[in-house]
Design a protein around this ligand. Structure first.
Ligand code: DX5
Ligand code: ZN
Length: 220
């Protein structure tokens, strides 16, 4: 069970300190938005490179961008430990996942709430993680979409049948109120923005979320 706090909810003027505040987490989730794939703009490769120089945690890049085939490998080459592209935006997901792995990153593939899993299940051998969005991508602090839990369960079932090690991540509105449901459905990597950085003590919030998810672990 891994916790990946989203720095989208952190103080962008103090990102180094904000990363240090969550050093008990497993990853730092960095939301890259291009004002094209989603109607919001956050940060890009130069800022990710700067974060990589100071982060106590590996970086989990969530690319909400158009044309990831062209741009995503640069984040892997820069040293991001995990790079997740949206399947809706990718021209050739299989080839892109292979190039992310070749550049030394874990390859992640994300699905928007309206995107079904079944058509992509055959891609599992190319992937290290599947991200099931539990909000419409673009903004933090939105309401958790519980209707995505069956998709989480379907991805977990595909992973079980495939037999490989593929993580299942949930992102969007994840909090102490629903992380157990997410874990029960089969998620094992939990992104939380406002639930961590909105708390008085970010590290305590990370520890609490982990404690809630842990009893529902389904991995060996
Ligand atoms: C949404 C982002 C999420 C989001 C998480 O587009 O991908 O990572 O910022 O923030 P919360 O936990 O506040 O929904
Ligand atoms: Zn995200």
């Amino acid at each position: 069970m891994q916790i990946s706090p989203s720095i989208l909810a952190a103080d962008f003027a103090n990102l180094q300190a904000e990363l240090e505040a969550i050093s008990n987490a497993d990853w730092a989730h960095v939301d890259v938005m291009d004002n094209h794939f989603v109607p919001n703009l956050t940060l890009g490769l130069p800022v990710v490179e700067a974060l990589l120089r100071v982060s106590p945690l590996p970086i989990d890049c969530h690319l909400m961008i158009a044309d990831p085939d062209r741009w995503a490998p640069g984040y892997a080459e820069a040293g991001a430990g995990s790079v997740t592209f949206h399947v809706e935006a990718a021209a050739d997901p299989q080839r892109l996942a292979r190039s992310l792995r070749a550049a030394g990153a874990r390859a992640g593939m994300a699905l928007k709430p309206a995107t079904p899993w079944a058509p992509y299940a055959d891609l599992l051998p190319e992937l290290d993680m599947v991200l099931v969005m539990t909000v419409e991508p673009g903004f933090g602090s939105q309401r958790f979409l519980a209707d995505q839990l069956p998709k989480v369960a379907a991805v977990r079932e595909s992973v079980r049948r495939y037999g490989g090690q593929v993580w299942v991540q949930v992102d969007g509105g994840v909090s102490a109120d629903n992380i157990e449901q997410c874990a029960q459905a089969g998620a094992d990597v939990f992104v939380a923005g406002s639930a961590v950085y909105g708390a008085a003590d970010a590290a305590a919030a990370v520890a609490h979320l982990r404690e809630l998810a842990l009893p529902h672990s389904h991995s060996a």
